[in-house]
Design a protein around this ligand. Structure first.
Ligand SMILES: Cc1ncc(COP(=O)(O)OP(=O)(O)O)c(N)n1
Ligand SMILES: Cc1nc(C(=O)O)sc1CCOP(=O)(O)O
Ligand SMILES: [Mg+2]
Length: 216
């Protein structure tokens, strides 16, 4: 199985790691390697905010090989065209990140993930369009981003009962609060702060998340 197909198909709940919104790729390379070596990570999303296209290109050049060396799918946030051009395993698009149907056609068998907030309607639309996963959130308060939509476990239960397409839970997820999301059927838990801001460092964050998923 290649990194792209591995990144979104899973029997059990897995960790979906998202980068901090700002980073220096050369300095971050070893930090990332240590985090990915600490335990199971299905996918890594490069999510840089306030970065130029050239900065994103450079980050992809430096960080994608770190993920691929560990069989971790590399997903670019916000820009399907750039993901395609740079050979990423896929793209994650929000509701205002351009033309979802165009992205689906462009990415072909690469991964397309779509933010659906807490909306059953948006999730059905994303599924019909051929998304490889739908993302629901925010489940908990988060310092990483200002969020306006709040999701509950009911949407995970509803989706997993009805659909085969994997679902991702996001927003304030930690080792301490993730149990109900795993039990409700989340296929992936997407996290930023729980790993990068873990008091004992990112590797400890990955270990803690994997232990909590296994215990749920
Ligand atoms: C896995 C995953 N789920 C949701 C998001 C949020 O995407 P979006 O709504 O486009 O917001 P930004 O990330 O662009 O701020 C995500 N990135 N990843
Ligand atoms: C990027 C993002 N999207 C969200 C959504 O609800 O769509 S919440 C979020 C922030 C995720 O970071 P953390 O794990 O630190 O809370
Ligand atoms: Mg976006």
């Amino acid at each position: 199985m290649n990194a792209a197909s591995q990144g979104v198909s899973s029997e059990r709940c897995r960790l979906y790691l998202i980068t901090p919104p700002r980073l220096d790729p050369a300095a971050f390379r070893d930090v990332l390697a240590a985090a990915l070596d600490a335990g199971d990570v299905a996918s890594l999303q490069l999510r840089l905010k306030d970065a130029s296209v050239d900065d994103v290109r450079r980050a992809v050049e430096i960080l994608m090989p770190v993920a691929h060396a560990r069989d971790v799918a590399f997903i670019l946030n916000d820009d399907a065209k750039l993901a395609h051009e740079l050979g990423c395993d896929g793209a994650h698009l929000g509701q205002t990140d351009g033309d979802h149907a165009g992205a689906r056609a462009l990415l072909k068998d690469r991964i397309l993930g779509i933010t659906c907030h807490a909306s059953r309607h948006l999730a059905m639309e994303a599924g019909e369009l051929g998304a490889d996963y739908v993302a629901f959130g925010a489940f908990f308060p988060t310092d990483t981003k200002e969020v306006v939509h709040h999701a509950g476990t009911d949407i995970l239960e509803w989706w997993t009962e009805m659909m085969e397409i994997p679902c991702v839970a996001i927003g304030g997820i930690t080792a301490a609060n993730c149990g109900p999301l795993v039990r409700a059927g989340a296929d992936f838990l997407a996290v930023v702060g729980a790993v990068w801001n873990h008091p004992e460092g990112p590797a400890a964050g990955v270990r803690a998340m994997n232990a909590a998923i296994a215990a749920a």
